[in-house]
Design a protein around this ligand. Structure first.
Ligand code: TEU
Length: 557
């Protein structure tokens, strides 16, 4: 991977919730343009936009009905081009979200496929006759959003496959024409000047021939027949060769449930597929089998997963470092302590994550420590997955309302989707009118404006971390080595190259912690470079307060 790619620091924007410039309650592209000075001030070097294409918005844009058009809620192609130009003038690159596993059922391809049946190879979607005289779906696969992965259509007297919502039919990648059409779409955006792509659930695009019956699973029945499916690497190599190769692009694939070994097949430096992938291992540490079966968070679990990925993707792969995105709860609510150590724990989490080897992804609002939202009423939620899960929980599993609301408050994707908190004015300065989803009521205390003026704010800490990555090449390229791997709360790892070593130490716990610094580190020639409390010298025996983080350099820089 080229140096510029390794140096990139990516900030994810969920456009609907970023900044509303035209007073309709939803964020838009013009709003992002107005916030470019803020983006620049963070030091990030690329923005990733969640989908802004034409869409009926059944899944907030992850259901696309025209891949070449912008949803009017966000603006139009002219405004988009101006956004690209202005970002580039500010030395910020732009990454688009590609949703190529499925489209919307309102895409003309689907309408045509519905009304003009063809043979299964020629189809743009995956249609099958049902079992039992067409009365039962073709197989037992279930959808990521709960329920069956098949919907029957009278028009064809058959069922179509949708691994997500019924308005998100899966595209038939077996069909070469489908792949060619998708590649043309990607070229369209490259020609406009886009610098990278995040590929939605890209490891699901190849389904096993015959679509066999799946093993029953509380998580997802059928997944063994399409996760990292038989032809996924063939398709991605073709995609790379025909469209992506030789271009200055960053690519990251969202790959659900991959192991480091599987991940390397996508992002090995010689794989000619993707630069890196988003895995979910660390997002599964507080649940069992299924994200809705929540269990208490144990810091050691998280640490072990992070270390494992650092070690196993070295030296031929590259990590995508993230704690948050538009699908995940807020990390400080999930892995930190918002009650007693709110700011400190938010900074500690950022420290241990972003000083690892890989590309940092910061999700909007994470840099000010935005928290989960405590909606009390189901009607306050907007997310399709959340609403479906409530329905299944109540009506199929007979869980109480209270139990379901507790799960949702912890895990709902809407936790990440409440409007960006800009200031203490109405609607958090996001919009002059009522937003599409309510703002988190804590916005008078947690917002950009307050944190701008406080040198010790979470926001300014993120700026320091970003600056460190630019200052010390060892943070980008250096080897990773963990110590105290079995300790339940202590992070102790180093990054090193020939010139310099960076030591990262942190207490992911509620109790003060004492430990010895291994003898191989001289305490004499170390310099404290960052802390979420007071910087202090490295000593043979160290004490760390709850959630305290300290970072040092040893040697020449
Ligand atoms: O998400 C895929 C995915 O598997 C999960 O992260 C998903 O959010 C859900 O929680 C599974 O239980 C991607 C997108 O990031 C997500 O926003 C879309 O809804 C989904 O694909 C479908 O396009």
């Amino acid at each position: 991977m080229n140096d510029w790619k390794k140096n990139t620091i990516i900030y994810q924007i969920y456009p609907k919730s970023y900044f509303d410039s035209n007073h309709d309650g939803s964020g838009d592209l013009e709003g992002i343009i107005q916030k470019i000075p803020y983006l620049k001030s963070l030091g990030i070097t690329m923005v990733w936009l969640s989908p802004i294409y034409l869409s009926p918005m059944a899944d907030n844009g992850y259901d696309i009905s025209d891949y070449r058009a912008i949803h009017p809620m966000f603006g139009n192609l002219e405004i988009f081009k101006r956004l690209v130009k202005t970002l580039h003038e500010n030395e910020i690159k732009i990454m688009m979200d590609l949703v190529l596993n499925h489209s919307s059922d309102e895409h003309p391809w689907f309408k045509e496929s519905l009304n003009k049946p063809s043979s299964s190879e020629e189809d743009f979607y995956i249609w099958r006759k049902g079992q039992k005289n067409n009365r039962k779906p073709p197989n037992n696969w279930t959808s990521f959003f709960t329920g069956k992965a098949w919907t029957y259509k009278q028009e064809r007297d058959a069922y179509y496959l949708h691994l997500f919502g019924h308005k998100q039919p899966d595209l038939n990648w077996e069909n070469e024409r489908v792949r060619k059409e998708l590649y043309k779409i990607v070229e369209f955006w490259i020609d406009i000047g886009v610098d990278g792509f995040r590929m939605d659930v890209i490891n699901l695009i190849s389904k096993r021939k015959g679509l066999p019956k799946g093993k029953f699973s509380i998580a997802l029945t059928g997944k063994e027949h399409y996760m990292n499916g038989p032809k996924v690497h063939q398709y991605l190599k073709e995609f790379h060769q025909q469209v992506l190769a030789e271009k200055a692009l960053i690519t990251v694939g969202e790959t659900v449930f991959v192991s480091p070994e599987e991940a390397l097949k996508y992002c090995h430096k010689d794989a000619d597929e993707l630069d890196m992938v988003f895995h979910f291992d660390h997002m599964n540490v507080d649940s069992f089998n299924n994200k809705w079966f929540i269990r208490p968070f144990k810091p050691k679990k998280l640490k072990k997963v992070l270390y494992r990925w650092q070690e196993e993707l070295y030296p031929d792969g590259w990590n995508a470092l993230y704690f948050e995105n538009h699908d995940q709860p807020r990390s400080v609510s999930r892995f930190g302590n918002t009650k007693d150590y709110y700011e400190r724990s938010a900074k500690m989490l950022a420290t241990v994550l972003y000083l690892q080897r890989g590309t940092p992804y910061i999700y909007q609002g994470q840099e000010i420590g935005m928290q989960n939202v405590s909606f009390t009423d189901l009607a306050q939620y907007r997310d399709i997955e959340t609403l479906n899960v409530y329905d299944i929980g109540r009506n199929k599993l007979h869980f109480t309302h209270r139990r379901m609301m507790k799960k949702i408050r912890y895990m709902s994707r809407d936790n990440a989707r409440t409007p960006m908190q800009w200031n203490a004015q109405a609607n958090a300065g996001f919009s002059s009118t009522e937003p599409w989803i309510e703002v988190n009521p804590n916005y008078p205390n947690i917002n950009v404006e307050i944190q701008e003026s406080d040198p010790h704010s979470i926001l300014n800490y993120y700026r320091q971390l970003i600056a460190l990555r630019k200052q010390y090449n060892v943070i980008i390229e250096g080897d990773f080595k963990p110590y105290y791997v079995n300790h339940k709360a202590l992070y102790f790892y180093t990054r090193s190259d020939e010139q310099c070593t960076v030591i990262v130490i942190a207490n992911h716990g509620e109790k003060e912690l004492a430990f010895d610094v291994p003898n191989e580190f001289s305490t004499e020639h170390t310099t404290p470079i960052l802390s979420n409390m007071e910087k202090k010298p490295l000593q043979r025996t160290m004490k760390l307060a709850p959630y305290e983080a300290q970072v040092y350099t040893i040697g020449k820089v």
